[in-house]
Design a protein around this ligand. Structure first.
Ligand code: NAD
Length: 449
């Protein structure tokens, strides 16, 4: 449903009126359109000591895809700060100085990336302490720059060598991450997942030759996930319920995908999926658990069936499908499982105790399964959308919808494509360093921030 306030506030009359009434003016967000890796160009790199910037970071930014600038440049599209050398409070001055001097020079829709050291991997308690401080810093920064459409995110590297850092740096310095703001990406310290050499990465169509299953693919976020995965080169199998068959056939027809019609809560849904996969390749590379429902009511008036329906679709069916596909080796080595959670599962929401419980359980699932899946070289991650413009949110009462859209640092709802881009990023082969990550696609929503 169109956001009339967003449209109006971007006219000159609307902009002036908003300013007069001290109302927020949402920025126009720049998104990647056809080209999946639409990267920022002029980037400034800072660190505690310029002589000790991690080699992989320097190599990435000096590569052909970016223009590494010096401090005398007037404007930047991207600011990258290597904070891995910050060992204590005194060292944090360098962070202050870098952003104090250069933040004003960032263009609208610019990108800020800070690279820190995962506190769990730090050698001293003092370093772990100050590195954890970066989480607070990035969220504050993200809130300060959001009105310019600028996003700020943090990558925690497992070592100062920043192995596997290339994929998240590229994603966060691209317009694919338009609605990802104030988030932390943590690279795993896991030797069983080898790094893809930079020259072997297919940045344009990273999913070429991959087969992806997407549930709930007939509309909304699911349809967008299917489209973006196909754009990135994957063959997509879209799944939805009988009543959505026409829409699903239409979406899959546009991208040359295949369809599965089943209700994921049916006992034999996993076998039906496996049979369909068998017709194609016998196994898939990417499984996206997107299908989800809400049945909102205060717990005191909620019926048991509303509780059970939500748990069955949003949690139990996912567990059952994962177990079946994994047990029967229907997910290839190097595979990706990506679940769709919700910020309601992080912050809780009035009238959504069933939904919040199911979506928080997804976080538990990725945490508890990541290690065992590492052995099979499969990663598992989740995205937690905030307010995204779909049929699900179009049914929210008008005033709640208005407030919901403005409650983030970018003052607007996200689009299905914003969630889809983040999922495609996790699905890419070069993202093998990321597992058990929960990333919110919410523009840094105030809920649970
Ligand atoms: P939507 O209602 O527009 O689409 C959901 C899709 O899932 C539909 O195509 C539906 O037919 C399918 N589906 C539902 N139950 C199914 C079942 N039992 N078997 C097979 N398919 C089934 O929803 P959306 O807004 O696109 O949301 C997609 C996902 O994102 C959901 O998991 C939702 O919880 C999550 N999410 C959405 C938002 C938002 O703002 N829209 C916010 C947070 C999380």
């Amino acid at each position: 449903m169109a956001d009339t306030y967003l449209k109006y506030s971007q006219t000159s009359v609307g902009k002036n009126l908003c300013r007069l009434l001290a109302l927020p003016v949402p920025p126009v967000l720049k998104r990647a359109k056809e080209a999946p890796w639409t990267l920022v160009v002029d980037v400034l790199l800072g660190s505690v000591d310029s002589t000790v910037v991690s080699e992989p970071i320097k190599r990435i930014l000096k590569g052909q895809m970016f223009r590494l600038q010096t401090t005398d440049c007037e404007h930047f599209d991207g600011l990258v700060f290597d904070a891995t050398q910050i060992k204590n409070g005194d060292d944090s001055k360098a962070l202050y100085q870098f952003f104090h001097l250069h933040l004003k020079k960032i263009r609208t829709s610019g990108k800020i990336v800070i690279i820190g050291l995962d506190p769990k991997q730090c050698q001293t308690s003092q370093q772990a302490t100050i590195q954890r401080g970066l989480v607070g810093f990035i969220k504050a920064l993200a809130k300060e720059v959001g009105r310019k459409g600028v996003t700020a995110n943090l990558i925690f590297s497992a070592t100062t060598l920043a192995v596997n850092i290339s994929a998240p740096v590229h994603f966060l310095l691209s317009y694919r991450s338009a609605y990802v703001n104030g988030q932390v990406f943590t690279l795993n310290h896991n030797k069983s997942l080898p790094e893809t050499p930079e020259k072997e990465v297919n940045w344009k169509q990273p999913l070429t030759g991959k087969v992806a299953l997407v549930t709930g693919a007939s509309r909304g976020i699911g349809a967008s996930i299917a489209q973006v995965l196909a754009r990135d080169g994957a063959t997509v199998i879209g799944l939805d319920m009988e009543q959505a068959e026409n829409e699903l056939t239409h979406v899959m027809g546009q991208i040359g995908g295949r369809t599965i019609i089943t209700n994921i809560t049916d006992n034999n849904a996993a076998q039906i999926i496996a049979n369909e996969i068998a017709k194609l390749e016998n196994s898939v590379d990417i499984v996206v658990h997107n299908a989800g429902i809400t049945r909102d009511k205060m717990i005191a008036t909620m019926s048991l069936s509303h509780w059970e329906e939500v748990m069955a679709v949003n949690l139990t069916s996912i567990e059952r499908i994962n177990a079946y596909l994994l047990k029967n080796n229907h997910i290839n080595a190097g595979g990706r499982i990506i679940c769709v959670s919700s910020i309601s599962g992080i912050a809780g929401n009035v009238g959504q105790s069933n939904y919040a419980m199911s979506k928080a359980s997804i976080v538990g699932m990725i945490d508890s399964m990541a290690e065992q899946l590492n052995e099979k070289n499969i990663t598992i991650n989740a995205v937690a959308p905030g307010f995204i413009e779909t049929q699900m949110t179009a049914s929210i009462p008008v005033l709640t919808r208005f407030v919901g859209r403005r409650m983030c640092a970018l003052y607007q709802g996200g689009l299905p494509v914003d969630v889809a881009e983040t999922i495609a990023f996790f699905a890419a082969p070069q993202s093998q360093g990321l597992s058990a990550n929960l990333v919110r696609v919410c523009g840094l929503n105030m809920m649970g921030a």
